[in-house]
Design a protein around this ligand. Sequence first.
Ligand SMILES: Cc1cc2nc3c(=O)[nH]c(=O)nc-3n(C[C@H](O)[C@H](O)[C@H](O)COP(=O)(O)OP(=O)(O)OC[C@H]3O[C@@H](n4cnc5c(N)ncnc54)[C@H](O)[C@@H]3O)c2cc1C
Length: 311
Amino acid sequence: MLDVASKALFQTLSYSRQLKKLASRYGMSGGRSFARRFIAGETVAEAIAAVHDIQNQGLHATLDYLGESITSIAAADIATREYLRLIEAVDRAGVERNLSLKLTQLGLDVDHAISVDNLRKILTAADGCGFFVRIDMEGSAYTERTLEIFETVWRLGHHNVGMVLQSCLYRTEADFERVNALGARIRLVKGAYREPKAVAYQLKSEVDAAFLRLAKRLLTQGTYPAIATHDEAILAQVKDFVAKENIPLDRYEFQMLYGIRRDLQSGLRDEGHRVRVYVPFGSEWFPYFMRRLGERPANVGFVLKALFAER
Ligand SMILES: Cc1cc2nc3c(=O)[nH]c(=O)nc-3n(C[C@H](O)[C@H](O)[C@H](O)COP(=O)(O)OP(=O)(O)OC[C@H]3O[C@@H](n4cnc5c(N)ncnc54)[C@H](O)[C@@H]3O)c2cc1C
């Protein structure tokens, strides 16, 4: 329950303009500013440098140009062009070609057809240079529309694209069947958004049990699934399952967020597992940052310590 309350509080705070202004002033201003723990930087160059660093550690990366809940066609157009520029820059830099994006960033709230067009522009450019593109899953108000758009682009022949499913939602077992029937790749997460009990489990124990159940189905029936969690207990059970079922190490990957449980990231790598780090960057980092605080309120202490250390 505390988990739900904390997510709710930080989700509400993430709408505060005052807080956003304040955080933006200090969060990324210096090399050691507090938001840098979770955000790779504000520029493409900083993001690419972070990917270099991650690859040098024997890990993999997916780049997320931050932005969501865009409210105008012009802003969706700018985000789309930023992704196209990112594809060119990554291509030139020769680092790993893997992106994550959100449909509300491409205009889903403004105009459904335009968001599909924007996604197709990105997928066409990405297909041309061998990128894999993951469509992140947002709050439950977007689940059905996100799946429908995913199915549309898949039917149009874009197969270097994958989905995310959230174990907190009751509907996910059925969505798993639907996405898996296409042979598409699924990233499994617990779900970062506050959700009502009409659609989602409210207890952490229920979300965790659903995660493990789905992870096992993905590992045996899925196409190169991504098991995305920092939960040590779940990771241990997944590793036991993989060993017991003799699932080869190249049939799945673990994923974790930039700056979170780096000890687990390197530990899994040392054991021979493939680990991908989700690398967010860009100036619109505030909502993403607030979700990370909501997942672990102890992070607030970390932020305050960093703030006082900087003065
Ligand atoms: C690669 C990746 C992609 C994701 N994509 C999406 C998406 O598209 N849609 C979506 O809704 N959610 C997404 N998420 C977020 C996810 O839904 C969870 O909110 C997040 O991963 C925290 O849950 P957990 O599985 O780590 O377990 P939890 O039970 O929340 O945490 C387990 C342990 O992990 C550590 N931990 C977790 N979060 C933090 C944190 N913020 N700071 C410090 N330590 C922490 C702590 O040690 C904690 O005890 C993604 C997560 C990952 C790793």
